[in-house]
Design a protein around this ligand. Structure first.
Ligand code: G
Ligand code: G
Ligand code: MN
Ligand code: NA
Length: 254
């Protein structure tokens, strides 16, 4: 509860910020996008990780405030980067399951894009599979409305939790993110490699972009390129960074 009011206070005072982790098209080596990740550095409590404060936000009714804030912040960042000469093709925003139940979410997204003059294809929203545990008419309608705007829809952490293949075909997804636990074990675990291979194959066949998370080594990258994976994200390329650091990173040779 204490953390809940600290969060409310920090949100009001603009003490949360977004870091961005580049996503690389591993067929061309070009920048594909950037995932926005929330950071909360409290003046006295220090750094509080999203795994912790997202749960607090959900429990204290603040998750939609955070969702709206991160959408607005990420979309306006795309414009700031454009002005600085950095073209980030798309920015990816994590939204909580709870927020997808709000029937005004598509309208909110539409308004933010219009306000900042950003093309819908330059925004992707990430949903975790647990969202779909409570898969209902309302949520499905919301997802379709978001997709109809031209915004990308990404299934995050695929392969963990409540993964289901039939769900992949029912939802209007544009992207699948293979959970990093599979990538972590890619080199030494035949099972992880089998699952990764299969998911990349399914994604390709369903015309979805497949993004692999947590790519840390050249060996993993080589393997993924061999498997026709489209996009990779991980410490091998870059950590989540401040917008200025993303700009500096983009100007380094790599
Ligand atoms: O780097 P990392 O610890 O940032 O992120 C941990 C998890 O927290 C990520 O898997 C991501 O799904 C979640 N997360 C990060 N930022 C946000 C956010 O703004 N909203 C939601 N709902 N989840 C987030
Ligand atoms: O939305 P999601 O859970 O996937 O957020 C990505 C999380 O993974 C963030 O917490 C981010 O800091 C973390 N992350 C990003 N790249 C790597 C990586 O290469 N290795 C590891 N271990 N974690 C990573
Ligand atoms: Mn994510
Ligand atoms: Na993930």
């Amino acid at each position: 509860l204490l953390l809940g009011s600290a969060l409310r206070d920090s949100l009001a005072r603009g003490l949360l910020n977004l870091h961005y982790q580049p996503q690389i098209d591993i067929r061309t080596g070009k920048l594909y996008g950037a995932e926005a990740l929330s950071r909360w550095n409290h003046p006295t409590l220090g750094n509080i990780y999203p795994s912790r404060f997202i749960a607090v936000a959900e429990d204290t009714g603040q998750i939609e405030t955070i969702g709206a804030w991160s959408l607005e912040e990420a979309v306006s960042q795309v414009v700031r980067w454009d002005k600085e000469g950095l073209h980030v093709p798309a920015v990816s925003v994590n939204l909580s399951a709870v927020h997808f139940c709000n029937r005004d979410l598509p309208l909110l997204i539409e308004r933010i894009l219009k306000e900042h003059g950003v093309a819908p294809r330059r925004l992707t929203v990430e949903i975790t599979e647990s969202v779909m545990m409570g898969e209902n008419e309302e949520t499905m309608r919301g997802l379709s409305a978001i997709r109809a705007l031209g915004v990308g829809l990404s299934m995050d952490d695929f392969g963990t939790g409540y993964s289901s293949l039939s769900r992949l075909t029912r939802l209007p997804l544009t992207e699948i993110k293979i959970d990093r636990t599979f990538i972590m074990n890619l080199e030494q675990d035949a099972n992880a490699q089998a699952v990764t291979t299969a998911v990349i194959g399914i994604g390709n066949r369903l015309n979805m972009t497949v993004v692999t998370e947590g790519v840390e080594t050249e060996a993993q990258l080589k393997l993924l390129q061999g498997l026709n994976c489209d996009v990779a994200q991980g410490y091998l390329f870059a950590r989540p960074m401040t917008p200025d650091d993303v700009l500096a990173w983009s100007r380094e040779p790599h």
